[in-house]
Design a protein around this ligand. Structure first.
Ligand SMILES: Nc1ncnc2c1ncn2[C@@H]1O[C@H](COP(=O)(O)OP(=O)(O)OP(=O)(O)O)[C@@H](O)[C@H]1O
Ligand SMILES: [Mg+2]
Length: 279
């Protein structure tokens, strides 16, 4: 995939520090000076093991985690501490898709209501919202009659399509995707990843794509950054980072990810044990 990397970044995160104050004398240093950027129409992957701080970075961009130091800019504007009306305006431009669509979709609303709500909040007329919702269902390859049904009537993959449609209805320029395919089986994962790629081609939207799985980010990202204990240890083109990583931590991450071929899997397991023992 060619990366539109020469363009000025849409999102730029510089030297970001996020601390969680657990109690008076205990502060958890979660992000320790993280820098990452996402260009227009670009997909940038953020990988790392559980607890490394990936979601915290996504939350800081969305204004859901307080920033201790550093800067976040969006389209050149400093949004590090945007709150209130400024943050609400940003919701037009920055949206999110989480791992668990069930948790983020209101089960008492029909899919039509779920998708129309953000439009009506933004002042769109009901008739126009209906049109946009119908177009969006088509775009995420859901049947038109989905408008009358409830999220619980859909499979996990279809529910993720609903969550993606909801993120897209306000025509955002950036979507923070936090493990959006991790709960899905492999073939559903592949279909949803293809959808992300198609939607990016059609709309030019950018993705900050959080995942613990190098196979997933290799498939859809232009560039990848690897996070380890709150720091970026390696960044580069997706193929280079996910196939020939330089940092020992990334190599361990690669060797720990499953492959379909049992012979290659056994070789990788041996290589992983070697690396672990020499670390
Ligand atoms: N609201 C919070 N208050 C206190 N500590 C938190 C909070 N949210 C996250 N943490 C801690 O911050 C660290 C990073 O968490 P984060 O959720 O960013 O990791 P992650 O890389 O997304 O992990 P996973 O792959 O499991 O989702 C963890 O040690 C976590 O326990
Ligand atoms: Mg997370």
């Amino acid at each position: 995939m060619t990366a539109p990397e020469d363009a000025a970044p849409l999102l730029s995160v510089s030297d970001l520090v996020v601390d969680y104050r657990l109690h008076r004398k205990l502060t958890l240093h979660v992000l320790k000076g993280v820098s990452i950027s996402v260009g227009p129409g670009e997909c940038v992957g953020l990988v790392g093991e559980s607890g490394s701080g990936k979601s915290t970075l996504g939350k800081a961009v969305l204004g859901l985690a307080a920033v201790t130091a550093g800067r976040i800019t969006f389209d050149g504007e400093d949004i590090t501490h945007a709150r209130g009306a400024a943050r609400r305006r940003l919701a037009n431009d920055i949206q999110v898709v989480f791992q668990d669509p069930y948790g983020s979709l209101d089960p008492t609303m029909t899919v039509g209501e779920v998708l129309a709500e953000p439009l009506e909040v933004a002042g769109t007329t009901r008739a126009r919202a209906r049109e946009v919702v119908a177009g969006m269902l088509d775009r995420v390859r859901l049947p038109a009659d989905a408008v009358h049904r409830y999220p619980s009537e859909f499979s996990g993959g279809q529910r993720q399509r609903i969550a993606i449609a909801r993120a897209l209805v306000r025509r955002p320029r950036l979507i923070v995707c936090d493990e959006p395919v991790s709960a899905l089986d492999l073939s559903t994962q592949a279909a949803i990843l293809d959808l992300f790629v198609d939607l990016q081609r059609e709309t030019g939207v950018s993705y900050l794509f959080v995942s613990h799985d190098l196979n997933v980010v290799r498939r859809i990202c232009h560039r990848v950054s690897v996070m380890y204990q709150g720091e970026i240890v390696e960044s580069g083109h997706a193929r280079a980072v996910t196939q020939e990583p330089e940092h020992p931590y990334t190599r361990r991450l690669l060797l720990a990810s499953p492959v379909a071929d049992p012979v290659r899997q056994a070789e990788r397991r041996a290589a992983w044990l070697d690396l672990r023992d020499s670390a």
